[in-house]
Structure formats: C-alpha cells, structure tokens
Design a protein around this ligand. Structure first.
Ligand code: DON
Length: 301
C-alpha cells in the first residue's frame, strides 16, 4: 500500500488546493493518505493517516442519510431530485431553467442546502449536534467534531451558497431564514476527521447500513442503497461518469481533498489528498483509487 501511495503522490504536483474557502488554502498540497476498512475489523492504511481534514461535500451523503431516516424518502424527493446535472457543484444554471425550482440532486450545493434545511431541531446547535452524533456513531469515534476556523472561513465567504438559498426561498423550496441555514451548512461541511474514520463510515454504507463490529443496523439498508446510488451517479460531480468507468466504486468527494468510497459488501475507503483537479476532486486520491481498483479488481461493474 505504501508503494501505491508514493506512486500516486507524484500526481499531487498537478493539482491545486481549494482556496475559495480561505482556510482550506492552508493545506499542504503534497499530503496523501488512505485507509481501507474490511468487515472483519482489519484496517490497512498508508501515508499521512493522522492528518485531519474537513468533510465538505462528503457530509452531503451523511446528512442525506439522516434526513431520509428522519423524514422518509417521499418528503425528501418532493423537494430534491434524483438526476445528475453534468454541471459544477455550485452551479445555479439548471435551477433557473427548470419549470419547478427543485434542485436536481442532493449532491450539488443547491440540493444539499435543501437537505440540511430538512434536519429537524429547534436551533442550529441542536440540528448540528444530531448530525455530529450520527457521524460519531458511523465512525465509531466519539471525538468527531467540527472545525470552528474552517466553518467561520466558509461562513464569511459563502456568497454563492447564500444566493442559492435566496433563490430556493423565493420559490418556496426552503422556508427558514438564510443565515441560520448557512450557519448550519458551513458547520456541517467543516466536520473533521482523519482517513481512518472516513473509511469506517464508508464501510457502514458498503455493509448496507450495518455496524461492522456489532452488526447493529445504523441506517435502514434502503437508505444506504439510495446514498450509494447517488455516490455512483453524482458523487464525483461532473466527473462521475468517467470515475464510474475507470474506477467503478460508489464514492463521494469533498473540496478539502477527502474521498469516501464504499465497495459494496467488501470495503470502506477513506482518502485524503488536498490537491484537487479542475472538477474539485482530489487528483492524487483519484489516481490512488484507479491503481487500487485495477490491481484488486474493485469495480462493481
Ligand atoms: O459548499 C461548498 O462550496 C463547500 N462547503 C463544499 C463543496 C464541495 O466539497 C464540493 N466538492 N467537491
């Protein structure tokens, strides 16, 4: 595994860390780490595995799972669609041209903002704590929390996400005030962990929602299935098609450089490599997955 990481690390030079959220610009572009968790409790890892990173868009899969569990799929899919967009993650274009201003899927920012809007609770703190405690259960790490500095940095600069919220509010898709929603969403995106925790969460999805240690169902298998399907069709944004062909693993990326993979029935994968390609996905992380998928025949197709 060490050799594969060092081979893939060469690609970090061709990428760039995200800096539209200023605090993310401080990351070391040459970092790369991976953990692969198996159902029998074995975990293979290599690289800078202790480095923490914020989930960013990876959190969208987990908030979706929570809201599907709390509100049911009818309510969720009344407000957000199931189709890939082919546009960048923060695009407003399709929202404006659709007959109903319903975001196309929960993995783009507009759709994720609607999902976060649906997290229940009387305050931002209560809603955030519900999500964090679900993530602590999935990762089996009670220390998981959000990074205040990254949350603040995104809150201060989230103009495009505010624009999406105002658009959605104008069209009645969301009802709450925009500022608390942006507060909750930026804190959700700033939830941080290392690649070992992320691999553990990926494994729960891979195991149809079962806790790999206790066998307890942490989410209904139907919810895990919906999430994995979105990971295949929209998880890597407008690079999802190429990713499915080359790698063939349900996966979700985030702009801090994380990738969570769920090889159905087999492995959970957590990757961190903050240098990104032009679609906002970890450039060396994708190389790493390509090498792994080829060598170990991980593609589900
Ligand atoms: O809303 C944003 O722009 C970020 N908090 C998350 C975007 C993201 O991770 C897209 N990923 N590739």
């Amino acid at each position: 595994m060490k050799l594969i990481v060092e081979e893939a690390r060469k690609w970090t030079k061709a990428g760039k860390v995200a800096d539209y959220i200023p605090a993310l610009g401080l990351a070391n572009p040459h970092d790369l780490s991976i953990a692969i968790h198996s159902p029998n409790g074995e975990c293979v890892s290599a690289g800078d595995i202790e480095k923490k990173f914020t989930l960013q868009s990876i959190s969208k899969v987990i908030s979706l799972a929570l809201v599907l569990m709390e509100q049911g799929k009818e309510d969720v899919f009344e407000r957000v669609g199931m189709e890939p967009t082919g546009d960048p993650f923060n695009s407003i274009a399709k929202l404006e041209t659709m007959a109903v201003a319903k975001p196309l899927n929960p993995m783009i920012n507009a759709g994720a903002l609607v999902v976060t809007h649906m997290i229940e609770g009387n305050s931002v703190d209560e809603r955030l704590n519900r999500l964090i405690s679900f993530i602590q259960t999935l990762s089996a790490d009670s220390e998981v929390n959000y990074c205040k500095e990254v949350a603040k940095s995104e809150y201060e600069t989230a103009h495009l996400n505010r624009a999406l919220c105002y658009f959605l509010k104008e069209h009645g898709v969301i009802q709450e005030e925009v500022e608390p929603l942006i507060d909750l969403y930026t804190k959700q995106c700033a939830i941080e962990m290392n690649c070992l925790d992320l691999a553990r969460i990926g494994l729960v999805f891979a195991m149809d929602g079962k806790d790999p240690d206790t066998g307890k169902q942490l989410m209904p298998s139907a919810v895990a299935r919906i999430c994995k399907t979105f990971m295949v069709t929209c998880g890597m944004y407008n690079a999802s098609g190429e990713f499915a062909i080359k790698i063939g693993i349900p996966a979700k990326s985030g702009v801090a450089g994380g990738i969570m993979g769920a090889v159905p029935g087999k492995y959970g994968i957590g990757i961190f490599g903050p240098a990104l390609d032009e679609t906002g996905n970890s450039i060396a992380g994708i190389k790493l997955l390509e090498l792994l998928s080829e060598n170990y025949r991980l593609s589900m197709f």
